[in-house]
Ligand binder design. Structure first.
Ligand code: WTA
Length: 641
């Protein structure tokens, strides 16, 4: 069965695209009719990019969980909403039907209520990839609380910063999380994050690993106890209910922190109505999802990809979403293929870095794995290189599955540029064409639009689509400055792109100081700040360099003045410091100790030169005449102190 808003041919895509640009309100109004609204919206779209202020479906009343769960119950109650694959393949798989999901989400919403959570409150979620994470997210949405999910790879300090930024009063966590052979002690990290915290009133702890945890009286409670208590409150005469709180379309749904080129990560805010409509629309069209197909997105729910294409998009479409607790290489590098085989996965959506890493294991892990259920493959998070694209196509898709290369960002909420499986043509390494409702353009450094094809420039978007970020939490001006000030009246993505003769876009990577390491976004300034926290460090500069598997690696130039330890121990101490301040994902791959950094006369670090040295391109460093002291560059390039 298909969806009324799903295009089925290239012509239908073209018609939809044309309508979406000529009459965005009419177009999205028609799509939005396919969802459950308690009250219809008064005005479809109102916007300006100067404040910025974007409002979709204003006056509309709804609850997103009624759209993701309740409205499917009659038809799909006994069908799987989620299939959970545990870290250890010998453990029990959990199939969560829509009925079960409904009950658990109602139960958890009741738990939140019992613990004092109200509409608009911020709830921080720091859990492993267990179904309870999805219950927590949706429980928040049901009661109208704003969730802020934090990826398990972030440190106590990062959590503390995020708790403070959002003045969060509630936390949901696990005792620990399994990742391959490791156990990550999540509650321990939360305890560290809470030292000195004055706002958090309650921590709800789900038991997963039975890792010993401290439980503080009056603050910490067990998930299991709370859920048991709530069960009797929401279930009467075999009827489960927790009335979903009526929300405005423009009420915030969640905050998700992401790295930018300056300062600390910012809390990107998405609102309910537009996000719901666009994630479902993009899910159904890009992947050409058919009802009852099994969709496996390998991301973590701690990132936007997991929010939009494990939880909200697939569930809003009444789909079946696979959630995987573990890692692709444990117990062996055939894990993804086992999951595809075991659950008869139809759509596999992963990151180029995962493909490149699995390529490294050769074809042996594929032996005996039946991948014939696959219909569509997808990639996200970073540019995919030609070699990885072809490996994916030939060995996983067996040349029969369209590969969708989906370009988007935390801020965009959903996929903006991508080919659409089997509908619009794929072109290796190109994200290709925009989705309906999305108007990309390229501009040069002076902000002048680069017209005609082929072209290259900075990628901007001309008008709002329904799931564009609305603000950065607690600091609207930062949102304006970061995305809407570089080029007046345009949303600036931070990415550079090429456009070919046919108008296909190829994203070439960030043009700002944001790195993309294994598909994770990390700001160079953030890493520098963390390195500079080390007591022996005077100054540092961080750049990205090409890394065969991770896409980009982190290269740090460090001026060190301490006397303690040798180079190896200093290096390790710096890595440990970064782990503590940000988390293990931000650890530099290379650290070079230097006597000085190349600076302009006005004191700005010349990163362009440092990038070249990190890439090993020392013979062609470009113009160095503006440098205060050119000998610094020679010393660094020669690897001398
Ligand atoms: C990059 C992830 C090339 C890009 C959904 C963007 C991509 C950043 C692609 C956002 C792609 C994402 N091809 N580059 N298909 N998809 N990117 O916020 O640089 O974690 O700006 O969102 O990833 O990363 P984020």
């Amino acid at each position: 069965m298909s969806y009324p808003y799903q295009f089925k041919s290239l012509d239908e895509y073209k018609v939809a695209y044309k309508k979406s640009t000529e009459d965005p309100s009419g177009f999205w109004s028609q799509v939005a009719e396919n969802f459950l609204w308690r009250k219809k919206w008064d005005k479809t779209l109102q916007w300006n990019f100067t404040e910025p202020s974007v409002k979709w479906f204003e006056g509309g009343k709804l609850n997103i969980t009624e759209n993701c769960i309740d409205r499917h119950l009659e038809e799909l109650g006994d069908k799987p909403a989620m299939i959970w694959e545990p870290n250890n393949p010998e453990d029990r798989v959990r199939v969560v039907t829509y009925n079960r999901l409904h009950k658990r989400v109602c139960q958890f919403a009741q738990v939140l209520k019992n613990n004092g959570v109200k509409k608009g409150d911020r709830v921080c979620i720091y859990m492993g990839m267990v179904p309870e994470l999805a219950y927590a997210v949706l429980g928040c949405a049901r009661i109208g609380a704003i969730h802020s999910v934090i990826f398990g790879g972030f440190s106590a300090q990062s959590i503390a910063d995020r708790l403070e930024d959002a003045s969060a009063e509630y936390i949901v966590t696990c005792d620990g999380a399994y990742r391959g052979e490791k156990i990550i002690p999540l509650k321990d990290v939360i305890d560290d994050a809470l030292i000195g915290n004055k706002t958090v009133k309650r921590v709800i702890v789900y038991t997963r690993t039975r890792t010993p945890v401290s439980m503080i009286k009056g603050r910490d409670v067990w998930w299991e106890d709370e859920m048991e208590h709530a069960e009797s409150q929401i279930e009467k005469d075999n009827v489960v209910s927790f009335p979903a709180v009526e929300m405005d379309a423009e009420d915030p749904l969640f905050i998700l922190y992401t790295s930018g080129s300056t300062g600390k990560p910012k809390g990107v805010v998405h609102t309910i109505g537009g996000y719901m409509v666009f994630t479902a629309y993009s899910f159904v069209n890009v992947f050409q999802y058919q009802k009852s197909q099994v969709h496996f997105c390998t991301a973590d729910i701690g990132w936007i990809t997991g929010h939009s294409y494990i939880v909200y998009g697939p569930l809003a479409a009444g789909g079946t979403s696979v959630m995987f607790e573990g890692i692709p290489t444990w117990p062996d590098a055939g894990r993804f293929w086992d999951i595809v085989d075991r659950h008869k996965v139809n759509i596999l959506y992963t990151a180029p870095t995962a493909i490149r890493s699995l390529m490294g294991f050769g074809l042996k892990p594929l032996e005996g794995k039946d991948l014939s259920s696959l219909k569509v493959l997808g990639t996200v998070g970073e540019p995919i290189n030609e070699e990885a694209w072809h490996w994916y196509d030939e060995n996983i898709g067996k040349g029969k599955c369209p590969i969708v290369d989906t370009w988007w960002q935390t801020e965009t909420g959903g996929i903006l540029i991508s080919n659409m499986a089997g509908i619009t043509p794929a072109k290796p390494t190109y994200a290709t064409l925009p989705l309906p409702g999305v108007e990309p353009l390229l501009v040069d450094e002076n902000g002048v639009e680069v017209k005609g094809n082929p072209a290259s420039g900075n990628l901007c978007i001309r008008a709002p689509w329904p799931s564009i970020l609305r603000t950065t939490y607690g600091d609207h001006d930062r949102c304006r400055q970061t995305y809407f000030s570089a080029y007046p009246n345009l949303y600036f993505t931070g990415d550079g792109a090429l456009r070919d003769e046919e108008g296909n876009y190829r994203i070439t990577g960030r043009v700002d100081d944001v790195l993309n390491v294994s598909g994770h976004r990390i700001g160079t300034a953030e890493v520098e700040n963390a390195i500079n926290m080390h007591s022996g460090v005077v100054e540092s500069a961080v750049v990205g360099y090409h890394h065969d598997v991770k896409g980009q690696g982190i290269y740090a130039y460090v001026i060190f003045q301490g006397t303690h330890g040798d180079e190896t121990s200093r290096r390790n101490d710096i890595l440990q410091t970064v782990s503590r301040i940000i988390g293990p994902i931000a650890k530099p791959d290379k650290i070079q100790f230097v006597a000085a950094l190349p600076k302009t006369r006005s004191g700005k670090i010349m990163r362009r030169i440092l990038r070249k040295i990190a890439e090993g391109e020392t013979s062609n460093l470009g113009d160095t005449t503006t440098l205060l002291d050119p000998t610094v560059v020679e010393a660094i390039a020669g690897g001398k102190l």
